[in-house]
Design a binder for this molecule. Structure first.
Ligand code: SF4
Length: 333
């Protein structure tokens, strides 16, 4: 029996190379070893969104990127969180066994309160409960996380433990699968590559766009002239070469330090490497995008498969909690 992996990601639209090198390549690799459930957590996104205008478009674009990158909907369940409403039900039931003090001490909740003081909604404080419901509804046993997310997973384990001890064991305690997500800085060389900053390269960008974006990348700030010796250890272009041009990083290091290569040429090499790495992805994306209704079909099938598991979990939960179920009404009493 293969263990079940659960992972959710907010619908952030087109994925950038930071998403690709971190979460996405890992998602693809996990499919060989585990039964994977990959969820676009659109309800979670509502806790921080100012506007929902692009939510549908962002969901489609993200799923297209996932599939083109190698997530196989035959192997894995790919679906949208809100399409399986049982997660909201489990969230409410879990909220009855989760002390408020556990939620108020979560560091990310405190950060969010500072970041959006005008919108401290109930969803923000209940976020870890919904996250626990996401994992537990599908009896997720393994959750791929970065080190920074470990406290969240520990809280999910505490909630599950508490439920199991109060009502009887139903849920596995989800285990962290620690993944070394590489920190990919944006083109500004300062912030993590992200959607909110103008510092990203989308994996679906055309070769011309990639070249144009790479040319804007900040390099070694001390290297003002071509004849200045460079310091690759402080240059983000060099860091990106490590991911995309691993066979030539030594050579680039030496040439940069000796001022034998200029930043423009160095960036041209990077753009070529990124483009050749992304070529199979682009071809696959174009082919999937040309199939009318394909994404809808994948998401509908994913929601159906997820719902079968979800309904059975909710039935078990209600039975353990001694709730009178609708099915009970059909029996004589
Ligand atoms: S030559 Fe390359 S590694 Fe060196 S500073 Fe310029 S961009 Fe960075």
């Amino acid at each position: 029996m293969r263990k079940r992996v659960f992972s959710g990601a907010r619908p952030t639209g087109r994925q950038h190379i930071g998403n690709y090198l971190g979460a996405l390549q890992n998602y693809v690799a996990l499919q060989d070893e585990y039964d994977c459930v990959y969820c676009i957590v659109d309800i979670h996104a509502l806790t921080t969104l100012e506007s929902t205008e692009s939510l549908q478009e962002d969901t489609y674009e993200m799923v297209l990127d996932w599939l083109a990158a190698g997530i196989d909907p035959q192997k894995s369940i790919v679906f949208v969180q809100s399409h399986v409403p049982q997660v909201m039900e489990l969230h409410t039931l879990f909220s009855m066994v989760t002390p408020l003090s556990w939620l108020l001490r979560v560091p990310t909740f405190k950060e969010k309160v500072k970041l959006q003081p005008h919108n401290v909604n109930y969803g923000l404080v209940g976020y870890p409960v919904l996250m626990t419901a996401d994992i537990a509804l599908y009896k997720g046993e393994v959750v791929p996380v970065g080190e920074d997310q470990l406290p969240h997973l520990e809280l999910a384990r505490e909630i599950v433990r508490r439920f199991n001890s109060l009502f009887g064991v139903i849920f596995p305690e989800p285990q962290a699968k620690l993944t070394n997500f590489p920190l990919v800085l944006g083109l500004d060389g300062v912030q993590k590559m992200g959607k909110s900053y103008d510092n990203r390269i989308d994996i679906s960008a055309s070769p011309q766009e990639v070249s144009k974006r790479v040319m804007t990348a900040v390099t070694d700030p001390a290297r003002k002239y071509r004849s200045d010796r460079g310091h690759p250890e402080v240059c983000n272009v060099y860091r990106l070469h490590n991911f995309f041009t691993p066979a030539r990083v030594q050579e680039i290091d030496v040439e940069c330090r000796g001022a034998r290569i200029g930043c423009v040429d160095c960036k041209k090499i990077l753009a070529e490497s990124i483009n050749s790495n992304l070529k199979p992805f682009r071809e696959s994306r174009a082919s999937l995008a040309s199939k009318p209704g394909y994404i809808n079909q994948v998401l509908a099938d994913g929601a159906n498969r997820a719902e079968v598991i979800a309904k059975e979990t909710i039935r078990e939960v209600k039975e353990k909690m001694k709730l009178l179920q609708r099915a009970d009404l059909e029996r004589p009493r």
